[in-house]
Design a protein around this ligand. Sequence first.
Ligand code: NAD
Length: 296
Amino acid sequence: MSATIIDGKAFAARIRGEVAAHVARLKADHGITPGLAVVLVGEDPASQVYVRSKGKQTVEAGMKSVEHKLDVDTSEEALLALVEELNADPTIHGILVQLPLPKHMNEDLVINAIDPAKDVDGFHISNVGLLGTGQKSMVPCTPLGSLMMLRDHHGSLSGLDAVVIGRSNIVGKPMAQLLLKDSCTVTIAHSRTKDLAEVVRRADIVVAAVGRPEMVPGDWIKPGATVIDVGINRIERDGKPKLVGDVDFASAAEVAGAITPVPGGVGPMTIACLLANTLTACCRANGLPEPEGLTA
Ligand code: NAD
């Protein structure tokens, strides 16, 4: 193996430490405690795990954590009323409605009801537009975490060729916008892209966000390229459950200059960036300087 392994677990711990230190200063100097409210509708097991983990890490960072667990048959009207209440609550600086929502709810309507300044997931249409026009916004957590790792590894990304595989609203598109903002030449590839292998071979930076186990083999990777593997895929291998990314780690690590593993790469960065976004939202709400290095 020749690639440097980008340790997302250690990186995320560092970010959480920086957030906690900033929160402690906010409390001591201004008497302000950032607050994050997470809303979960229904009992999706994966969502329950995420929400628990978010709450625990929020408290560990010294912030206020509020969890609202609603029945699966809660009406959309009741959820919108709760969002309004949280929008008006001055002790809450970040609101996250855990997706997916039950089928009887309109996700876009609910997300766009959140105050954009408190939209720590960065999914509100205003934040999407601000990011798309290179303005200050709330940035979706997984792409923000991926960007932080790239900046940390490369320093400047200016002029690098980047390929993002996947065009989802939560990962692929915002990732491409962030890379463009950092002056990469960006290609977005997707399920209809012709000759994906050739497209990927041109890239100094490859971000894979597809959801197909190990679909990117090492011989697609340009020697020395940086590979950010966002994919989280549960497979069975040798009769045992295993978590793998969208990139074939073993063969890609032979060619790449640096690569994120799965697990332990992008995954841990997502919640760390949620905490960073909550802190940023709190600083903006109080007219205080934003934490350095924790925003895009
Ligand atoms: P999505 O299903 O919304 O989007 C997948 C994208 O992949 C689509 O745009 C599609 O065009 C593209 N695609 C599908 N098949 C393709 C192919 N054969 N070739 C090229 N492109 C193809 O998924 P998503 O929500 O963006 O998530 C992508 C992956 O990232 C999933 O594995 C998900 O679990 C993971 N994820 C991880 C984190 C994290 O915290 N690390 C967060 C969000 C998503």
